[in-house]
Design a protein around this ligand. Structure first.
Ligand SMILES: Nc1ncnc2c1ncn2[C@@H]1O[C@H](COP(=O)(O)OP(=O)(O)OP(=O)(O)O)[C@@H](O)[C@H]1O
Length: 303
């Protein structure tokens, strides 16, 4: 596959009184799923719309494989996008909707069958759109985006309205498409889902880039210390012993302590030395939600 990297550079969009996107720069690599995260009003949708040539930026560029969307010779074969829960003519079946799109995009009708199969919609292909569940509509949106077998896929909140099984299906589909070398950019509010789905994340708040990088390194670099949770019948005694050793200890419910600044092994050793029984000891790593809130809280309050 050619270079299908997405490059956003110095992008800016101003609406009357609001800077929706403010000097935003980031890159999205092929062969990986990239999560595009930010609180409400962060500028995610505006950025995706500029990337797809639907909104003109006031400054900066957004390119796909080195070209602006509007300069692509055959965009449906390069980029597939699902911006909102997909819409189709209400009385039309899923199959007919896709066939109509094939005609518009000058693709063979057989492609409709292939994408119906890809998204698991063959059993509902002859039902009309108005009878589709939100999950089926999302699947039809992805099927439509995949018609031109694009090397880049851009999805705005694709997990919206999906049940847990649908979310898992979506995750496996998108990871499979990335494993084929495609570039997959997905915006979402669902942080736990992003942690399971994305290789990289781009975090924005108030139109600005907060952080970009692989999920794994972000969690270790920004998330702070892991927490150790200890359950004991003598929390006061254990707490005092741990504080004496320099740990930070807070009480988290009856007989439960949260300890930072000390590994679980040392907490166990300290309990033994103090003659305190331990009933439970676990370590929790910071998750993407901790990182996200840490990075965006101050900015989010502005909007
Ligand atoms: N057409 C428009 N006219 C005026 N203001 C707009 C327009 N589109 C977006 N905005 C404003 O720009 C800011 C960014 O909006 P945008 O929809 O891009 O954010 P978002 O990150 O996608 O938010 P959400 O997660 O809530 O969808 C918001 O303050 C929004 O009100």
């Amino acid at each position: 596959m050619d270079d299908v990297r997405i490059v956003v550079s110095g992008l800016r969009k101003q609406y009357r009184g609001v800077t929706a996107v403010d000097d935003l720069s980031f890159t999205v690599e092929p062969g990986r799923v990239t999560g595009f995260l930010g609180p409400n009003g962060a500028g995610k949708t505006t950025t995706l719309r500029m990337l797809l040539g639907l909104v003109a930026p006031n400054a900066g560029t957004a390119t796909i494989g080195g070209r602006r969307y509007t300069d692509l010779a055959d965009p449906t074969r390069v980029v597939g996008a699902v911006l909102e829960a997909s819409s189709a003519h209400k009385g039309r079946t899923g199959r007919n909707h896709l066939r109509a799109c094939c005609i518009t995009a000058r693709l063979p009708r057989t492609r409709a069958e292939e994408v119906l199969d890809l998204v698991g919609l063959l059993p509902a292909a002859d039902r009309t759109f108005k009878g589709y569940s939100l999950g089926m509509r999302q699947r039809l949106g992805i099927a439509t985006a995949m018609l031109g077998d694009p090397r880049v896929l851009i999805l705005d909140e694709p997990a919206n309205g999906l049940d847990p099984e649908g979310i898992r299906w979506m995750r496996e589909l998108l990871q499979g498409l990335a494993a084929q070398g495609r570039t997959v950019l997905v915006s979402s509010h669902l942080l736990s889902e992003m942690q399971a789905l994305a290789d990289d994340v781009v975090i924005v708040a108030a139109g600005k880039l907060m952080r970009q990088g692989p999920v794994a390194s972000l969690l270790t670099s920004v998330g702070g210390d892991a927490s150790v949770y200890a359950r004991t019948p003598e929390p006061d005694k254990l707490g005092a012993a741990l504080r004496q050793l320099g740990a930070t200890v807070t009480t988290e419910g009856p007989n439960r302590l949260r300890v930072t600044g000390m590994a679980a092994e040392s907490v166990g050793d300290a309990a033994l030395a103090a003659g305190v029984a331990l009933h439970h000891l676990t370590t929790e790593q910071p998750d993407l939600e901790d990182v996200f809130l840490d990075l965006t809280q101050a900015k989010a309050a502005i909007r």
